[in-house]
Design a protein around this ligand. Structure first.
Ligand code: SF4
Length: 359
């Protein structure tokens, strides 16, 4: 009998945490090949034309992983079209002739069902082992986010080009190998210290831009054409708030989170917009009042929660003369167009800041 190889979709560098989760469950992971144009091409070719682009990337990941020998797919879901991804993708892949097992980890409505899903990934695994596997994978995701946050805010000011990437490359290799909680904690601490020691040419009051929008596009640099890095290269301190571990925490404590967000988005939003739409409005409103220089709002073409948020953001931008860069992604989005728009946006922020300082 051939080995059960478990795969999952890519989302930034979170594959390190997903791989750990599968390994710690006692199963064998198959990390999908790195995202390339081929991933999107093959995913888009077999997807419904108007489905949101994260669906196409995920499907491309699954096809590439199945071609590499995967036999079990772990997929998540959410409260919008994301909730149908697993079922539709499974039907498409079966029509294409693939044989595999699909485990939809968010179709479960109780802890018992959730544990049963993990047992489908790794038959025979104990509940205690599932809890440990989840905890160490979660801890690794936290470490990735802490390092990523530091880099986003400072890489645009590094004195030696490539210095941040060198530290982060080593961090990813060591994080992948780390087996114990204390190893992950020590590695995170050491990496943050190394990053803090890098020489920076950073002004006292740098330009600050917040990035909000749809979760997948925010967290997958290949899909957003590395927009955070491009902004940083123009001398911008970049802030992002949507992370995988926050989404998991919000998923566990759904109601209080939505209530709090609606409070923060007041007076602009009365009802939850779905997915991250309310958070996009709440964060834009909050950061504008904190004196940020601008926002970037990223969304897949046709993403309803973010389309709803966009009309509110346009009003905030207009009524408060607050710069917001709106970027919509589909399978045809070209990198050159994104670069040009970022350049123009950054130039405008610099001119505004000069005007403010000389007033
Ligand atoms: S948040 Fe938007 S892009 Fe993401 S799955 Fe939902 S509808 Fe699609």
């Amino acid at each position: 009998m051939s080995e059960r190889l478990v795969t999952f979709p890519h989302m930034g560098e979170y594959w390190i945490a997903f791989e750990t989760l599968v390994l710690e469950l006692g199963a064998t992971p198959l990390v999908p090949p790195r995202m390339t144009k081929h991933t999107l091409e093959v995913g888009a070719r077999h997807s419904p034309e108007f489905v949101c682009v994260p669906f196409k990337y995920n499907l491309g990941n699954f096809i590439e992983a199945l071609d590499a020998g995967a036999s079990v797919i772990g997929q998540a879901g959410g409260g919008c079209r994301f909730g149908y991804y697993a079922e539709v993708q499974e039907a498409i892949l079966r029509d294409l002739g693939y044989e595999f097992e699909m485990v939809n980890l968010t179709s479960s409505w109780s802890v018992g069902e959730f544990i049963a899903d993990f047992k489908r990934i790794a038959p025979g695994v104990s509940t205690l082992r599932i809890a440990r596997a989840f905890a160490i994978a979660y801890r690794k995701a936290k470490a990735l986010e802490a390092v990523d946050d530091r880099v986003r805010k400072n890489v645009g000011f590094e004195s030696e080009r490539g210095a941040h990437d060198r530290v982060v490359g080593r961090f990813h290799r060591e994080l992948r190998a780390a087996g114990a909680f204390r190893d992950v904690a020590r590695l995170e601490e050491r990496t943050l210290a190394e990053l803090a020691a890098l020489p920076l040419a950073k002004p006292e009051r740098p330009l600050r831009v917040g990035v909000v929008g749809e979760l997948y596009i925010l967290m997958e640099p290949f899909a957003n054409h590395s927009i955070e890095r491009r902004l940083a290269e123009h001398g911008v301190e970049v802030h992002r708030f949507v992370t995988l571990t926050k989404l998991i925490e919000h998923g566990i404590r759904h109601r209080p989170h939505v209530r709090a967000l609606l409070g923060e988005a007041d007076p602009w939003v009365k009802y939850h917009l779905g997915a991250d739409g309310t958070e996009s409005v709440a964060m834009t409103w909050k950061l504008m009042q904190e004196g940020f220089d601008g926002m970037a709002h990223l969304k897949p073409f046709g993403c309803m929660p973010e389309v709803s948020a966009m009309s509110v953001l346009q009003r905030i931008s207009r009524e408060h003369t607050f710069p917001v860069l709106f970027v919509s992604y589909d399978a045809q989005t070209a990198e050159t167009g994104i670069r040009t728009r970022i350049e123009a946006f950054a130039d405008m922020l610099v001119m505004r800041a000069r005007g403010r300082n000389s007033a």
